[in-house]
Unconditional design. Structure first.
Length: 376
């Protein structure tokens, strides 16, 4: 009787896992299996030949944070696949293009609308995060990466220690091509990093951190950012002011927009939740606006703000990616496996975003009925 109960319990667990997998794959982009073969992730008619099996292996490694060795041991115990850790690493390298395609499709499904093409040069998002290997004594690494828009292709990936000279987040660590527009959040708002991009014939678009970006007007007078922002009285009002980066010859513009009243309330609630000491009055005021600095002096202000909106939309995914990046072993072997790992993390973050959205829209059971979504 006890053995029968254990068997039934095991059988129920297996069925539940398979049901969860079917629901999850219903959220995958249409054509995901065919793309595995077209991009070379599935090459031979031996070993792992089913795209779903290969993706499950990657999710064990990327989403669950298991090392390559632990992943293959668990896969064998679950009768999912028999493969070595070296073999799995080779598969990961070969799947870079497939994982990139999956990310592209999910970004498009999430409704991120790109502004019209900018002309020569690429539009690139620069971001970074810290990853800690599992265990109490696990190593910490800082990842800095650049992704091109609109295709979200990783064109730069750097892995360093978290301490020491030149290991922080800065535009100065990123290679820049002529006419590139480099997008960054307030953490990249520093004069040396901006100067680096300009010196290499690129442009920046960065969220302003008033404490770290000294600006001046024509004639050398200090630019009073808050006073200018407070001239934007209604939701959606836009302002533009020509400025110079203090102490340099770098010229640019401040482009700003006043948020809606609901967005302002949300920003104030975030300040309220995390404040530990008395918040300065200007902090509450700055929260009413989106203000960016750009050295691009030819693109319309509305388009500049649209590009930053795109960065913000993708930042929602990056936030989930950053939390996921805390879990797991980064393949530190070569650039290709590292990029594939990065795409895998982004895929999980984007899939989580779609799962939450779908669950809200398709209540009460939270997934599409057969015939209304791909169930491959």
């Amino acid at each position: 009787m006890k053995q029968d109960c254990l068997f039934l319990y095991y059988w129920d667990m297996v069925n539940a896992a398979e049901e969860d997998w079917r629901i999850l794959t219903s959220l995958f982009p249409e054509g995901w299996q065919q793309q595995a073969k077209q991009t070379g992730a599935i090459e031979r008619q031996r070993g792992i030949t089913a795209p779903g099996d290969l993706l499950r292996l990657f999710l064990l490694h990327v989403a669950r944070g298991y090392s390559l060795r632990e992943t293959v041991v668990r896969a064998k115990e679950a009768d999912l696949a028999t493969i070595s850790d070296v073999g799995l690493l080779k598969r990961l390298r070969r799947s870079e293009e497939w994982l990139h395609w999956l990310c592209q499709q999910l970004v498009a499904e999430n409704g991120v609308l790109m502004p019209s093409p900018r002309g020569p040069g690429a539009v690139r998002i620069v971001d970074g995060t810290i990853i800690k290997e599992p265990g109490k004594t696990g190593s910490q690494w800082r990842i800095l990466y650049s992704m091109r828009l609109p295709d979200l292709r990783c064109d730069y990936f750097d892995l360093t220690a978290t301490t020491g000279t030149g290991t922080g987040e800065s535009f100065a660590r990123v290679p820049v091509e002529r006419h590139d527009l480099i997008l960054g959040d307030a953490g990249y708002c520093s004069a040396p990093g901006i100067q680096w991009v300009v010196d290499h014939d690129g442009d920046v678009l960065v969220r302003i951190n008033p404490q770290s970006l000294p600006l001046q007007q024509k004639g050398g007078r200090k630019f009073d950012l808050l006073a200018h922002l407070q001239n934007l009285h209604t939701a959606g009002a836009i302002g533009e002011w020509k400025v110079t980066l203090t102490g340099t010859a770098v010229e640019g513009r401040v482009c700003a927009l006043r948020k809606s009243e609901e967005s302002i309330r949300q920003a104030h609630r975030r300040i309220e939740r995390k404040r530990q000491t008395k918040t300065k009055p200007e902090t509450w005021e700055y929260a009413k606006y989106v203000a960016v600095f750009t050295t691009d002096r030819s693109t319309r202000t509305e388009t500049i703000l649209d590009w930053y909106r795109v960065r913000w939309q993708i930042e929602l995914t990056f936030k989930r990616f950053k939390s996921l990046a805390q879990l797991g072993h980064l393949p530190k072997y070569d650039d290709q496996s590292s990029r594939a790992w990065l795409y895998g993390k982004l895929f999980v973050a984007l899939l989580t975003q779609k799962l939450i959205r779908t669950g809200r829209e398709l209540s009460p059971w939270g997934y599409a009925l057969a015939g209304h979504a791909s169930t491959q």
